[in-house]
Design a protein around this ligand. Structure first.
Ligand code: KDG
Length: 316
């Protein structure tokens, strides 16, 4: 396994029409979750990825596992739970720049994830363990599970990648900050957005923030600044890597997961940090051009075609 990730994926319902969802009668059914989005992004680029989770013993759970398996992700560690349903969420495209998300995930099957769902050998077989700040918010057992997974990874020298993915609807702010700081101090690689970094350290200046993350214990930090690009920091190096302009953002959700997949793919391919961040920026840009979190992510051919064309415009 190149990468193992763990977390909840939900059924995603998106209205066919924009505007207040109370008027929507038709919906598209998709699947989305930060960790499986990331896993799918890597699998499309040809990497070996595994996703650990729980789904309900229901039609949605069956369809979700088939979908993720169909994308080339190993689902051997996904458990089917007959006591809780598969989680659900809705995306409401209210108006331009006003996208809202509604969760129906409390007590879902994935919220029952616990340390017992972790197979140490499976985690040990990977080069990277990827976790997000969403999972520890889901329940006490999910919180414990995340720290057990980190412990297992560290025991076997598997690098821990932490994407904070702050979801304010799921958290008490103080608890979120404390948890993110605790995970960041144990992670090798942290991938915050600038706003998440500010949330964690109360610092807006990106250079100072990068330094704070490194002092806090991470070997590599990449701070994303949206469409502009991202800054990477290590103990002895830091650079800004410009993003790729997108003519029309169709759906911004999933950009961060695409970024993480592109960046880790770059590291797995032995690229320099600069080139890995650039690949992350490209995948983030691809992700937002299509409705759905993962539908826009490229396969390896598409990615290299994009680079070979030396295109600066993702939309053409
Ligand atoms: O990163 C995109 C995900 O956040 C979204 O698809 C749903 O996993 C999700 C969440 O918990 O918000």
């Amino acid at each position: 396994m190149d990468v193992v990730t763990v977390g909840e994926t939900m059924v995603l319902m998106t209205p066919d029409s924009s505007g207040p969802m109370r008027y929507a009668n038709e919906f598209m059914r998709k699947f989305a979750g930060a960790e499986s989005n990331f896993a799918i992004g890597l699998a499309r680029l040809g990497h070996q990825v595994g996703w650990i989770s729980r789904v309900g013993k229901d039609e949605f759970g069956k369809a979700m596992v088939s979908f993720i398996r169909g994308e080339g992700v190993d689902v051997s560690q996904v458990k089917v739970d007959d006591s809780a349903p598969t989680g659900l969420y809705f995306k409401e495209f209210r108006r331009a720049n006003d996208l809202r998300v509604y969760y129906y995930r409390k007590n879902s099957a994935a919220s029952k994830l616990s340390p017992d769902d972790l197979n140490e050998e499976y985690i040990a077989s990977a080069k990277f363990l990827h976790i997000t700040g969403i999972t520890p918010a889901l329940s006490d057992s999910c919180y414990e599970m995340i720290f057990s997974a980190i412990e297992m990874a560290k025991k076997h020298s598997v690098k821990v990648v932490f994407d904070p993915n702050l979801r304010r609807k799921l958290w008490d702010e103080g608890k979120a900050r404390e948890t993110f700081l605790k995970i960041a101090s144990q992670a090798d690689i942290v991938l915050p957005g600038l706003d998440e970094g500010e949330f964690m350290f109360g610092e807006k200046d990106v250079e100072k923030l990068g330094k704070l993350f490194i002092e806090h214990g991470s070997a590599i930090v990449v701070i994303k600044t949206g469409a502009d690009g991202a800054y990477y920091f290590t103990n002895d190096d830091h650079k800004f890597v410009p993003g790729f302009p997108v003519a029309k953002v169709v759906d911004p959700v999933g950009a961060g997961d695409g970024f993480a997949a592109g960046f880790i793919s770059g590291l797995l391919d032995g690229l320099s940090l600069y080139e890995a961040v650039k690949r992350g920026n490209v995948l983030g840009a691809f992700a937002v051009t299509v409705n759905g979190d993962v539908e826009g992510l490229p396969d390896r051919d598409e990615l290299f075609t994009f680079f070979n064309e030396k295109s600066n415009d993702v939309s053409r």
